[in-house]
Design a protein around this ligand. Structure first.
Ligand SMILES: Cc1cc2nc3c(=O)[nH]c(=O)nc-3n(C[C@H](O)[C@H](O)[C@H](O)COP(=O)(O)OP(=O)(O)OC[C@H]3O[C@@H](n4cnc5c(N)ncnc54)[C@H](O)[C@@H]3O)c2cc1C
Length: 379
């Protein structure tokens, strides 16, 4: 296991200043209610503006409409966006996860079709992995694709599908051959149009009535052969590789940052008993950020730091929950979601969302198993 300290270059720092200037203009403080992390607002308009600056599809090569930038450049942009609570929800999954998966496993035709609109901030994807009986144990998926003339007929139920009611496509992990002794065989990934006949999106609402994720039911949905992503039967290997893209970035430690920032802004001249816990949180933010940044630098060097990424997600997401818990101790009573205080309303919202931080993208227990197995094998 290796975490090496990272110093940003002058060009990287200049990029940060550019993004800050853009955000100060687009989302001036005081006029905009920050969102919390990757599930912040869904704004195609903002995604397109960001893309016009070259900050969506940063890692996509120019021949596919992207910008060929490094993982650290992308880290810097994403960090600034999340710290500002920018409405990144529309392009988030397509940019973070689908684009690198298409680059690694997609056909040339799929890359040419999907990558340019992704990099333009115009084509949005969801993730179709989890099912009612397959979450951590993803190999238990039962959604089945049966071969038909010209494609596949897909039936099954996906759950917790973030943004399926807003996005254009989702990548479905399904069984393309019957369950065998080795459950990891016979799985494949299909790109499915979320407006396909036979596909129904049912909202699953949070306690406050807001709508983020869904149950997606597929009944004999036709998926043409050219929408098979990667090789038929290689879904397990592909999905495992894909998950590593979503584990260690700033989205795993910055979800509660806007709440802390609002607290500090609304409480100038904090007495020591309140300043100390805030200072401790800031110091820990900085440490976890260094770990996350070192994973980005390792990716830039062409390494595959899966264990380090799992550890950053574990540390980062448990920390995000602690931020919310510590801030709760600094207010009297329960925060009011309708409060005119930005801090109080964001805190109320984050209390509702915080339990999900250590579940989405792989639970803490599962990540610890990944890290333990990796360390046990001498990595
Ligand atoms: C906000 C949010 C958004 C999401 N968005 C998506 C999405 O867009 N697409 C998608 O496909 N999924 C999505 N998910 C689903 C998410 O990936 C799953 O919830 C997660 O993988 C856990 O699966 P599960 O809910 O079935 O829980 P389970 O797997 O049933 O786990 C329940 C508990 O058992 C523990 N556990 C399970 N197995 C083990 C083990 N082997 N060892 C130790 N402990 C274990 C878990 O850690 C957990 O505490 C989202 C979830 C959330 C909260």
């Amino acid at each position: 296991m290796r975490f090496t300290p990272v110093t940003l270059t002058a060009e990287e720092e200049a990029l940060r200043s550019e993004v800050r200037a853009f955000l100060a203009e687009e989302l001036p403080k005081g006029t905009y209610r920050p969102g919390l992390g990757m599930s912040a607002g869904h704004s195609p308009e903002f995604s397109r503006k960001l893309a016009a600056r070259g900050w969506v599809g940063m890692a996509v090569p120019p021949e596919y409409g992207g910008h060929g930038r490094s993982p650290v450049d992308r880290f810097i942009v994403v960090e600034e966006l999340l710290a500002a609570g920018a409405p990144v929800g529309a392009h988030w999954v397509a940019d973070r996860q689908t684009a690198p998966t298409l680059l690694k496993f997609g056909t040339e035709e799929q890359r040419r079709r999907f990558l340019p609109p992704i990099a333009a901030g115009e084509c949005y994807f969801s993730i179709g992995m989890s099912e009612p009986d397959a979450g951590s144990d993803l190999a238990a998926v039962r959604t089945a694709a049966t071969k038909v003339e010209g494609g596949w007929s897909v039936s099954g139920t996906k759950i917790w599908t973030s943004g399926a009611h807003l996005n254009h496509f989702f990548v479905v992990l399904c069984r393309t051959s019957p369950l065998a002794d080795d459950r990891h065989h016979g799985l494949s990934q299909l790109i499915v149009d979320l407006t396909s006949p036979g596909l129904t999106v049912h909202p699953i609402r949070f306690l406050d009535g807001t709508h983020h994720f869904n149950e997606v039911v597929l009944e004999d949905v036709f998926v043409p052969d050219d929408m098979v992503l990667g090789e038929v039967g290689m879904g397990w290997q592909q999905v495992t590789s894909e998950l590593s893209y979503e584990r260690s970035g700033p989205d795993r430690f910055l979800s509660a940052w806007p709440v802390l920032e609002a607290y500090v802004a609304e409480h100038p001249g904090l007495p020591a008993e309140r300043a100390v816990p805030v200072g401790e949180l800031a110091a820990r933010f900085w440490t976890i950020r260094q770990l996350s940044l070192s994973v980005a630098r390792a990716l830039q060097r062409g390494e595959a730091p899966a264990v380090e990424a799992a550890m950053v997600k574990d540390l980062g997401t448990t920390f995000e929950q602690e931020v919310v818990a510590v801030l709760q101790t600094l207010v009297e009573g329960d925060p009011d979601p309708g409060s005119p205080s930005l801090f109080e309303s964001l805190l109320a919202q984050s209390i509702l969302i915080a339990p999900s931080y250590t579940i989405r993208g792989g639970t803490t227990e599962v990540l610890r198993s990944v890290a333990a197995r990796g360390l046990g094998s001498g990595r």
